[in-house]
Design a protein around this ligand. Structure first.
Ligand code: ZN
Length: 339
């Protein structure tokens, strides 16, 4: 019901075509204007020492033994475990709200990491990324042309920066994973549209999930939607099963694929987390082994929720105890401005 574009007629909006917004200007002179979208290349700064977590907070196994499992099993969460997942999802959502509230020009991403770290600890949870495959911070912060997995460091945020904050909390055997993209200081209409289109694409992908539906519905909904606005969606990274395992099957594609049937059943839990690109599709991993940087430094945006298939639809698990999320909720799905 949320398919806004006929996926058979899937086509990326051309730069010389009239802009989707109805202004009558060419897309490249309106919401696709590269001079308004472009951001400075982000140079990697100094990474601070590892922050401590009180001993009473239980760590996932991989922190002690260094072994990240293969995650071959889809995560099906049932019974009382659903409430455990809701609890950790609410913590992750609150960490994201707390960290994003501190975004300001001149604040470093390391300072944002410290605020997030303190929020996890205050809520009794462990930051899942801290000690995962040698990642040493409690969130990922991906600024401007960094597509994902940026490591918080000493770089101060600049006016107009576009930043994704990615949070994963662990409590009572379960992980909850959520992210959102924000602008720091002043911005432009093209950047605002990039961010809102990414949020809408994410929420539309989530809304399409129900028992009996195929996993591929997510890409079928998301890719035509973002192409109609002139963006691309990253194909190399997708969502993942999550629950007792941080990263498990299935791999969730956000683009249209013809892959083996994977049918949703109640209790299946996974993330939906499309990354949208304003520039070329090529990106390169930095020497830190994590940061994925667009080769042309054009900004990207990403939103993410952990969701569980219910008896008759889907539930977003990463909302706080009063139902709020910086990544939005299904009630935020807006009308389609594209015809
Ligand atoms: Zn426009």
């Amino acid at each position: 019901m949320f398919l806004p574009v006929d996926s058979k007629g899937m086509r990326k909006l051309k730069s010389n075509a009239p802009c989707w917004c109805g202004s009558g200007h060419k897309h490249k002179r309106c919401h696709g204007d590269r001079s308004l979208l472009a951001r400075p290349r982000v140079e990697i700064g100094e990474v601070s020492p590892v922050r401590s977590v009180p001993d009473h907070i239980v760590r996932p196994d991989y922190v002690a033994n260094g072994v990240v499992g293969t995650g071959r099993n889809p995560q099906v969460v049932t019974g009382g475990d659903i409430e455990r997942l809701r609890t950790v999802g609410a913590i992750a959502a609150q960490v994201l709200l707390d960290a994003s509230a501190a975004l300001e020009v001149g604040v470093s991403t390391d300072a944002i990491d410290e605020i997030a770290h303190d929020s996890y600890v205050r809520q009794g949870a462990y930051p899942s990324t801290l000690g995962y495959n040698r990642f040493t911070k409690s969130i990922c912060t991906s600024v401007n042309g960094v597509i994902c997995h940026g490591i918080p460091d000493s770089r101060p945020l600049e006016d107009g920066d576009v930043i994704n904050i990615d949070v994963t909390a662990y409590l009572d055997g379960f992980h909850g994973d959520t992210s959102a993209t924000f602008v720091v200081g002043t911005t432009s209409a093209p950047i605002e549209s990039l961010i809102e289109t990414t949020r809408q694409a994410t929420l539309r992908g989530i809304a399409a999930v129900e028992p009996g539906e195929s996993l591929t519905i997510i890409g079928d909904v998301i890719e035509p939607y973002v192409l109609a606005f002139g963006y691309d969606v990253v194909r190399e990274y997708g969502g993942h099963g999550i629950g007792r395992t941080f990263h498990a099957d299935p791999h969730v594609n956000h683009h249209v694929v013809r892959s083996p049937e994977f049918i949703f059943e109640p209790g299946m839990t996974f993330t939906i987390e499309p990354m949208l690109l304003t520039g070329a599709r090529q990106f390169t991993q930095a020497s830190d082994g994590w940061t994925e940087h667009a080769d042309d430094s054009m900004p990207s945006a990403q939103f993410e929720h952990t969701v569980t298939v219910t008896e008759d639809g889907v539930e977003i698990m990463t909302v706080n105890t009063v139902g709020q999320s910086a990544a939005g909720t299904l009630g935020d799905i807006g009308p389609v401005p594209v015809d």
